[in-house]
Write a protein that binds this ligand. Structure first.
Ligand code: HOZ
Length: 425
């Protein structure tokens, strides 16, 4: 069935570790092999064998407008004619920075980089630079890219493959990473009581999306805001996934909490590789060349990425996020209903254009809860849905994504695929 993909994968494994350029997409955890994608349009992918899939991965988040959205494609065509990299400032980077600063309550200035990993790493350096402290509070199961200090109890691929710690990271680096369970307000208070004076920052996914989808419990983000303020630490929101997705102004707009620094990626590049970190002016002015905290990059502010990101944000501003949320919520609720009607325990939470699929009879509030879910059932579900043309993230630790390109029929077809599933026990 997937013969061409299988052939590419065999060749890929000879020259690329695991045959993939990012671990989760190897699909090992769901006892499958990756599909090689030949093209994409709207909410649909076509693989190298010519089979079509309804896409709920959306490049792990950025394609909220759907693939090959006409205004983004046109902006890219125009930009490519003007050259692909200058290593010098360009007009679109100013326009994109202005757009982001206007949209996100916690962002007054911003620096473009090339990935979410780079953005998180740079934001932490800045927090350490301005506070003169070393420790960072991080939540178990949150994923902030693969920079050394964040690969302690991380979500996403680290959780998918149950990698306990990563060789190559000096123990001294992660010794300054303080781990707290997500949504545990008391544990956060205790951590700050013990280490507040040495803590540079607390970094959090305001809606966790790398341990499945886990929204914050009421009071959790508010507590982080007040604890960080009280102890002179910076609050960093990693909005790589939630930025321009949880709301146009990100989770910080949705929950009404302005962090000191914000990490961005995904959507702000309209599908091209990009990241950014931004925040209050008093902190961002400490970044070189205005200040002493060094950060640099030849491809930062790349004209193609800036043009695509700008076109994407301008389009998104005109769209109805509440309608997409309503559709996603109805879809996730019906999916849960269908699966439960087959005698399976499942939770299908949703928030904005994100949803989770947890095979459990309990609400999921943190990484321990995600780990307790039935992995074998998830694998069975994943494989049967994929065989019926539904492309889901190949890990229970990732989050389902919807887009403005998903129409009622796409959701209905997906639900029909779920109705046809037969669970073996
Ligand atoms: N780990 C990222 C998703 N949360 C990226 C996975 C990929 O691109 O393969």
């Amino acid at each position: 069935m997937d013969e061409t993909s299988k052939r590419f994968f065999t060749e890929a494994r000879r020259v690329i570790p695991g045959g993939v350029n990012s671990p989760v997409r190897a699909c090992r955890n769901v006892d499958s092999e990756p599909l090689f994608i030949a093209k994409a349009a709207g909410c649909r992918l076509t693989d190298a064998d010519g089979r079509e899939y309804i896409d709920f991965v959306l490049s792990w988040g950025p394609m909220i407008l759907g693939h090959a959205e006409p205004s983004v494609t046109a902006a890219l065509h125009a930009a490519i004619e003007r050259g692909t990299s200058y290593g010098a400032p360009c007009p679109d980077e100013v326009a994109l920075a202005e757009e982001i600063c206007a949209a996100l309550p916690g962002v007054e200035m911003i620096r473009m980089v090339n990935s979410g990993t780079e953005a998180a790493m740079s934001a932490l350096r800045l927090a350490r630079g301005v506070t003169g402290r070393d420790k960072v509070v991080k939540f178990v199961g949150c994923y902030h890219g693969h920079a050394d200090p964040f690969l302690a109890a991380a979500g996403s691929g680290v959780a998918t493959f149950a990698i306990p710690g990563t060789p190559g990271i000096p123990a001294a680096v992660t010794a300054d990473t303080l781990l707290v369970p997500y949504n545990d307000i008391d544990a956060a208070r205790e951590c700050f009581a013990a280490h507040g004076a040495q803590t540079a920052a607390v970094i959090v996914e305001p809606v966790a999306a790398n341990m499945g989808l886990v929204p914050p419990v009421p009071g959790f983000l508010e507590t982080l805001r007040s604890l960080s303020r009280e102890h002179g630490a910076l609050l960093i929101f990693d909005e790589v996934i939630t930025g321009f997705r949880a709301a146009y102004g990100g989770a910080q707009e949705r929950f009404g909490i302005a962090p000191d620094l914000t990490v961005l990626g995904k959507i702000i590049g309209g599908g091209l590789p990009v990241g950014a970190f931004g925040g209050k002016k008093e902190y961002m002015e400490q970044v070189a060349p205005d200040g002493p905290v060094y950060q640099a990059g030849t491809l930062s502010g790349n004209p193609l990425a800036m043009a695509a990101g700008l076109a994407a944000l301008r389009k998104l501003k005109s769209l109805d996020y509440q309608e997409l949320e309503r559709r996603t919520q109805a879809f996730a609720a019906e999916l849960g209903h269908i699966l439960r009607s087959k005698g399976v325990a499942v939770r299908t939470p949703s928030l904005s254009s994100m949803f989770g699929i947890f095979f459990t009879d309990r609400d999921v509030r943190n990484m321990d809860d995600t780990r307790r879910c039935d992995q074998r059932r998830f694998t069975d579900f994943y494989k049967q849905m994929r065989a019926r043309g539904i492309y889901l993230a190949p890990s229970a630790f990732e989050t389902g994504m919807t887009s403005f390109a998903h129409r009622e029929k796409d959701f209905a077809d997906t639900l029909d695929a779920a109705r046809a599933i037969v669970f073996d026990c």
